[in-house]
Design a protein around this ligand. Structure first.
Ligand SMILES: [Fe+2]
Length: 203
């Protein structure tokens, strides 16, 4: 993989995430892993969208930070924190909706709050979710199937995650299928066309 220039904004996002997640070493290791996966997936998005993907990857779990936690639902808390700090609305919206968060938000009674953020359903949002869902809780590389199994085991069978898994699983698998198809297209020498490609809404 070619070395890429990292923009100042990506560097700022990394520093902010590291500061906010200080004291949560596993979460920080996971974040480093997700950002690394996002870098590997950067060619699945248009060249002028790669920065957005990397910034969102560094910031996607800051809602777990004490400085950000308000509702206890980390995608929403992370997005609201970024809003308060003046980050672009697209970044906060990507953080709000990463990894099928809307399906979990309904179970938390926070669906209307999350719906104030647009879900862009694009190659960028797909790559962010795929990076998160192929990186384990301490940064290890996992298949998406292993990651989902690990998530259910970690949260427990009575958890919100387990209760909505029948809805979230097909959404995450559809994301994975789209990203893996884009990677296969790249391997075949096809160039990813610029612009936002509509994704499949969660069922
Ligand atoms: Fe994550």
């Amino acid at each position: 993989m070619a070395t890429r220039l990292v923009s100042p904004r990506v560097g700022v996002a990394r520093v902010l995430a590291e500061m906010l997640l200080d004291g949560q070493p596993d979460r920080w290791a996971h974040t480093i892993g997700v950002a690394g996966r996002a870098e590997e997936l950067a060619d699945t998005v248009a060249p002028d969208e790669r920065d957005v993907l990397l910034v969102a990857a560094w910031l996607h779990d800051i809602g777990y930070a004490p400085a950000a936690a308000v509702s206890g639902f980390h995608p929403l808390d992370g997005a609201a924190y970024l809003d308060r700090q003046g980050w672009p609305s697209r970044i906060s919206a990507l953080v709000a909706h990463h990894s099928g968060a809307d399906l979990l938000a309904d179970a938390h009674g926070l669906g209307p709050a999350l719906a104030t953020y647009p879900d862009e359903l694009s190659p960028v949002s797909d790559a962010l979710t795929y990076a998160d869902q192929t990186t384990g809780p301490t940064g290890q590389r996992l298949s998406i199937g292993a990651r989902m199994a690990e998530m259910i085991e970690r949260h427990g069978p009575a958890s919100v995650q387990a209760r909505v898994h029948h809805l979230r699983r097909p959404h995450l698998l559809a994301v994975a299928e789209r990203v893996e198809r884009r990677l296969a297209d790249l391997d075949a020498g096809n160039v990813v066309s610029p612009g936002v490609e509509p994704g499949t809404p969660p069922s």
